[in-house]
Design a protein around this ligand. Structure first.
Ligand SMILES: Cc1cc2nc3c(=O)[nH]c(=O)nc-3n(C[C@H](O)[C@H](O)[C@H](O)COP(=O)(O)O)c2cc1C
Length: 337
């Protein structure tokens, strides 16, 4: 983190948002750009690493999902399928089949090692200490995303160099280590920084609802070494944000966000559309099976059935080239210092 010109990280955003163009633009502007390996084949990820290297000589990061080994209740899964089947019929499609999938975790790890990726971050879990050690041997900086103090302690013990603290405001999936987070205490970002700071002594990256220079400065004042912004970059022309998602972010019809498992079986924050409000609390903790089940609904490109991931600050999204946005955030931050 110390080597960054600006303490601004563009969050890894899967689903096609984090393009090599976006990551390179942010790194070239003095921040740290991130690719997102989740849901992609290892071959696709390799091509993206090659592309980003053509666009920048600066450091960049890549994020990957840690596969879960939690048992899934097949009856609950099928009950959910039965509940949402009528939506597929309405849209003239059929729900997807479900199957085991570890997101090719081992091969992706091997690729990161072969490619000597400068920064690797993990979400949905903490990789084993040996995996972190293998990355360290290559000089790779390792970040683990966490949402609770217990997860933070596990990540530090496994050898993480830094933690990405995900506040409850964050857009997209919760970085929880398990699908079912019932009963765990989660925090708004500023409180989370102070809780972790009292207990942990490695660099902290703050994420969740940070949209402008003032938000950034507050997180840094609270003790973060850097900030990670996702939603703020969704409207940048370099982002691969789906055009329907892009339009929805600017559409006054969407007034709020909520956290749900309805789309993927893992809790995630998105714009409240018809599907989200109808099924908010109905899906079991069954990632990636529910993700696979709802793919055909989301592919219809109907804004009421898509997962429109966004953080609580989405109304402050600015439609600017990524380099300009980074520059503006730094200028705003300087004013509020
Ligand atoms: C569209 C979208 C996709 C995301 N995909 C990922 C991902 O693949 N991996 C990950 O670690 N975090 C992902 N996140 C979460 C971000 O890393 C980060 O925690 C979040 O964007 C911060 O909150 P903000 O969106 O309010 O800035 C995603 C967020 C969004 C909005």
């Amino acid at each position: 983190m110390k080597n960054l010109q600006y303490p601004i990280i563009q969050a890894p955003m899967s689903g096609g948002v984090s393009t090599p163009e976006l990551a390179a633009a942010v790194s070239n502007a003095g921040g740290l750009g991130f690719l997102a390996a989740g849901y992609k084949s290892t071959e696709e990820v390799k091509k993206e690493i090659e592309s980003v290297r053509k666009l920048t000589t600066k450091a960049f990061g890549i994020n990957t999902f840690v596969p879960s080994s939690e048992p899934v209740d097949q009856e609950e899964l099928e009950a959910y399928r039965n509940k949402i089947e009528k939506e597929a019929v309405k849209l003239g499609t059929t729900l997807g089949a479900t199957y085991d999938d570890d997101d090719d975790f081992r091969n992706k790890m091997q690729l990161f090692i072969e490619e000597k990726v400068p920064v690797v971050s993990f979400t949905f879990g903490c990789p084993p200490a040996e995996a972190i050690e293998a990355l360290h041997k290559n000089g790779t900086y390792v970040i683990v995303s966490v949402t609770t103090l217990v997860q933070a302690i596990l990540a530090v013990n496994a050898g993480a160099d830094a933690l990405c603290l995900q506040g409850i405001e964050a857009g997209g999936h919760r970085a929880t280590f398990t699908n079912d987070q019932t009963g765990a205490q989660e925090f708004g970002i500023l409180e989370f920084i102070s809780v972790i700071q009292r207990n942990i002594n490695i660099p902290l990256i703050a994420a969740g609802g940070l949209m402008n220079g003032q938000d950034i400065q507050q997180a840094l004042n609270a003790g973060a070494s850097a900030v990670q912004l996702g939603t703020a970059f969704l409207l940048c022309p370099e982002s691969g944000t789906n055009p329907v998602h892009r339009k929805a972010l600017k559409n006054p019809r969407f007034t709020e966000t909520a956290i749900t498992r309805a789309f993927t079986g893992r809790r995630a924050r998105g714009l409240v559309n018809e599907f989200l409000s109808a099924y908010t609390d109905m899906a079991p903790a069954a990632f990636p099976y529910i993700h696979q089940m709802t793919i055909p609904l989301r592919l219809t490109n109907n804004e009421e059935y898509m997962s429109l991931w966004a953080g609580t600050g989405f109304k402050q999204c600015r439609e600017l080239p990524a380099a300009e946005l980074v520059q503006l955030l730094m200028e705003e931050r300087a004013i509020t210092k």
